[in-house]
Design a protein around this ligand. Structure first.
Ligand SMILES: C[S@@+](CC[C@H](N)C(=O)[O-])C[C@H]1O[C@@H](n2cnc3c(N)ncnc32)[C@H](O)[C@@H]1O
Length: 226
């Protein structure tokens, strides 16, 4: 029997408490892990995922990092249900209940057991910035500047432009398709994200190329001592 119940893309078919399956997860979770795994494995503390979707990345990576506590989040009720369903099935002590975080809110916060969450070891955001307005990127990176601890990293995965150029014709076509669907969406430029990072007190992106012309960007928070 399948290990999951319904394709992520077919939201009309979502049962109330179903574990959703994202086909892209099966393609990208190992490449992403190859870029972030050693950094995460060397940390302890809290990891916040934004736009967790089905919840599959958080569950999979939490199983590999028992010394970290994972806090998944999303805005959509059906996704929060899916994350919770995967969490219950996995039975991992280090994955906490999903919380609703809307990155369109410039003052977004995260909570740990009903209290304001403390400084984070890491944040991760996979395949969100191109299918949301630019404000989501602004608020994600500003939030990383507020919420990461010294040396903590924000990992972002997706398709990106570099210095104004698409990295492949397929990404250019994808960008056009996204913008036709919603003019506020689109493939973002690493240089624009670096500018946001600089304003938020983060390093410029450390870039790891991924299959299918995607990138992992890692922004580190460096707290300057005077
Ligand atoms: C393409 S899905 C990626 C989901 C998951 N990270 C993955 O890779 O399978 C984009 C996700 O971003 C979430 N999202 C969109 N706008 C958001 C916002 N303003 N704040 C938080 N999450 C948002 C969606 O609900 C969806 O779960």
């Amino acid at each position: 029997m399948a290990d999951f119940v319904v394709d992520f893309g077919k939201l009309g078919q979502v049962p109330q408490e179903g574990r959703l399956d994202a086909p892209a997860f099966h393609r990208n979770h190992e490449p992403i892990w190859s870029a972030i795994g050693s950094l995460l494995s060397a940390q302890s503390g809290d990891v916040l995922e934004l736009g967790s979707g089905t919840g599959q990345h958080a569950i999979t990576y939490a199983a590999r990092t028992p010394q970290l506590t994972w806090w998944p989040s999303d805005i959509l009720p059906s996704h929060l249900l899916s994350i919770e369903a995967w969490r219950r099935q996995a039975g991992l002590a280090n994955v906490r209940a999903p919380q609703r975080i809307d990155l369109m809110d410039p003052a977004w916060v995260w909570t740990a057991d009903g209290q304001a969450g403390g400084p984070l070891a890491a944040m991760i955001c996979i395949n969100v910035l191109h299918i949301s307005p630019w404000a989501v990127a602004q608020n994600l990176i500003a939030g990383a500047g507020r919420l990461l601890r010294h040396g903590g990293r924000l990992f972002v995965y997706g398709p990106f432009k570099r210095d104004g150029q698409h990295t492949a014709p397929s990404n250019a076509a994808f960008d056009q398709k996204l913008r036709a669907e919603n003019p506020a969406w689109g493939v973002r430029d690493v240089a624009d994200l670096d500018a946001l990072a600089q304003a938020a007190g983060l390093s410029a992106a450390e870039i790891t190329p991924m299959p299918a012309n995607n990138l992992v960007l890692a922004f580190a928070r460096i707290v300057r001592q005077n």
